[in-house]
Design a protein around this ligand. Structure first.
Ligand code: SAH
Length: 213
């Protein structure tokens, strides 16, 4: 698949529609305009790639809806060179958005098929996360901690303690929490012990799975 002027036109429209839906961070909108989402999908979805919808990516998983990607990314308030941990690499689209914002991205995926596919795809597209890992994101990546921010892209039944522990003071953790429907939750670490919590509306994600293979 190629990236054409037609795709660019569709991306511009998508970014404009996300702005109408309330995304205000121009850097996030710019990343949406730059990243060829159709290349993260099977070719049969090419015509739909710039609709604001999730799509299947194999292994029973989905690429998140662009609005959700933009909403979560905006909450992270990414600064250049921020060290960010992503749980749930999936298609790699969210990873690509974070890399486009200048972040050093550490990402974990527990589905081997997706891990392998995305580990090949991203470098082919010239997108370089700092580290891609196959494993259980519930545990985070203690060897690389602490992180400026952490983003979880699957619905978590609760907020894993390991992730809270791996956040820098002042750092932001964005995680959808809940079983059937998830509440987008932002935790800001105030000091060693205290986190400020914000709940920012309902979303639907595939589940964050713990200790299952
Ligand atoms: N960020 C992805 C979203 C993929 S859906 C994208 O833009 O495409 C969520 C992903 O989280 C799935 O690929 C799923 O396999 C993965 N996942 C679920 N539980 C996980 C866990 N405990 N550790 C790491 N990844 C997990």
């Amino acid at each position: 698949m190629k990236d054409t002027a037609k795709h660019q036109g569709l991306r511009n429209k998508l970014a404009a529609s996300l702005r109408e839906k309330g995304i205000t961070d121009e850097r996030v909108l710019d990343a949406i305009r730059r990243i060829p989402r159709h290349l993260f999908l099977e070719s049969s979805f090419e015509d739909y790639a710039y609709q604001d919808k999730p799509f299947p990516i194999g292994a029973g998983q989905t690429i998140s809806q662009p609005y959700t990607v933009a909403f979560q990314t905006q909450l992270l308030e990414v600064k250049k060179d921020d060290k960010i941990l992503e749980i749930g690499t999936g298609s790699g689209y969210q990873t690509a958005v974070l890399v486009a914002l200048g972040a050093k991205v550490y990402t974990i995926e527990r589905q081997n098929e997706l891990f392998k596919k995305t580990s090949l795809l991203l470098p082919k597209m010239g997108i370089k996360p700092k580290h891609m890992s196959f494993g259980d994101g519930y545990k985070g990546l203690p060897n690389y901690a602490p992180f400026d921010s952490i983003i979880v892209t699957a619905g978590a039944p609760d907020i894993p303690n390991a992730l809270m522990a791996q956040l820098k003071i002042g750092g932001r953790l964005v995680i959808p929490v809940g079983e059937d429907v998830q509440v987008m939750t932002l935790l800001i670490r105030k000091n060693e012990k205290q986190f400020e919590k914000h709940e920012l509306g309902n979303f639907r994600f595939v589940p964050l799975l713990e200790n299952k293979n």
